[in-house]
Design a binder for this molecule. Structure first.
Ligand code: NAP
Length: 292
């Protein structure tokens, strides 16, 4: 059995030989908490961005940086979606899921889910074990987070120094619309590759050959290198192989220009991986879930 959310992080390499289940719960419930905080409980089948818009329209701050991320509410904890300096786990309160092994409902809190960078327990030993039904986030009258460089630059264009959550949402939508192809218009699964992490020694070797290479120090050690930069610098941005291609606005996104089959996208991904390995000595890992 395959549990599918919005399908926005999935590539089908062929037909799936089994039952595909999609949760369609889309209701929203709001609990008022002390200090002007709210707990917003949303059905897992609701479009994630619908939930963000609903909260921002009411002035509830916390998830505005995650505007326009495709997919469903139920997918948010699985991927621990993140963007522009905020990740889902920051606002997560609890979720309710059906244990497909025992048939029982289970309520989970943050410590159960083992959230990490774009990762959770639902992608490890709990993969395919639970059908997430409802997700609760805790939001409040907090100041929005806007220190992520591209977000700050976008806000500065409008002379905004102290943005509201609605201003942050508008800025994020503007950046994403410029850089990331809309999956409703051009088939894509968001970031196709994970951003690799390298150690200091590897980084020094890379920098000695490419002084412009961006790298971000991580608190847990190592440096994150943007996969999009590596792919772009191997000359792939905007390239097509039949209907399969690399976005011309962001090289981390592989797109279906029309008629490409899953295996053609995978063949293109393999070519890209080989060229990044040959030029930088880095083996890219796929972020997209491939269904064979
Ligand atoms: P970007 O700003 O070009 O950054 C590319 C990479 O560099 C990201 O991994 C980002 O880390 C990292 N980075 C940039 N500035 C940083 C800083 N000051 N400190 C530490 N790390 C920094 O990103 P983008 O590709 O256009 O995407 C914008 C945001 O949306 C990013 O947060 C990205 O993760 C998110 N996004 C996610 C997906 C997905 O499918 N998972 C798809 C598109 C975009 P972070 O990833 O920690 O931000």
């Amino acid at each position: 059995m395959l549990v599918l959310g919005g399908g926005s992080n999935v590539l089908f390499a062929g037909d799936y030989d089994g039952l595909v289940v999609r949760c369609q719960f889309r209701e929203i419930e709001v609990l008022r908490l002390a200090g002007g905080q709210v707990e917003v409980i949303a059905g897992a089948g609701l479009a994630w961005d619908h939930l963000v818009g609903y909260c921002v329209d009411r002035g509830w701050s916390g998830i505005e940086n995650l505007s326009l991320i495709p997919g469903s509410v139920g997918g948010a904890p699985i991927q621990n979606i993140g963007a522009y300096g905020v990740e889902f786990s920051c606002c997560f309160a609890w979720l309710e899921a059906l244990d497909l092994q025992t048939g029982r409902l289970k309520r989970m809190e943050s410590r159960d889910c083992r959230f990490a960078y774009r990762d959770s327990r639902f992608k490890a030993d709990w993969r395919d074990r639970f059908l997430i039904l409802r997700v609760a986030v805790r939001l409040g009258p907090t100041e929005p987070v806007f220190d992520y460089p591209s977000l700050r630059e976008e806000l500065a264009l409008g002379d905004v120094n102290r943005p509201t959550c609605a201003m942050v949402r508008s800025a994020v939508i503007a950046i994403r619309n410029r850089r990331l192809p809309n999956p409703a218009l051009v088939g894509n699964a968001g970031s196709f590759f994970k951003n690799p992490v390298v150690d200091t020694e590897r980084l020094e070797t890379l920098l000695s050959a490419d002084r412009d290479l961006p790298a971000f120090a991580l608190s847990e050690g190592g440096y994150r290198v943007p996969a999009g930069w590596l792919v772009e610098n191997c000359g792939w941005k905007g390239v097509s192989r039949g209907g399969a291609g690399v976005s011309s606005t962001h090289a981390i996104v592989l797109i279906n220009r029309g008629g490409a089959e899953g295996r053609e996208i995978l063949a293109l991904a393999a070519e890209i991986e080989a060229s990044v390995q040959a030029r930088f000595g880095i083996q890219l890992e796929r972020e997209v879930r491939v269904i064979h």
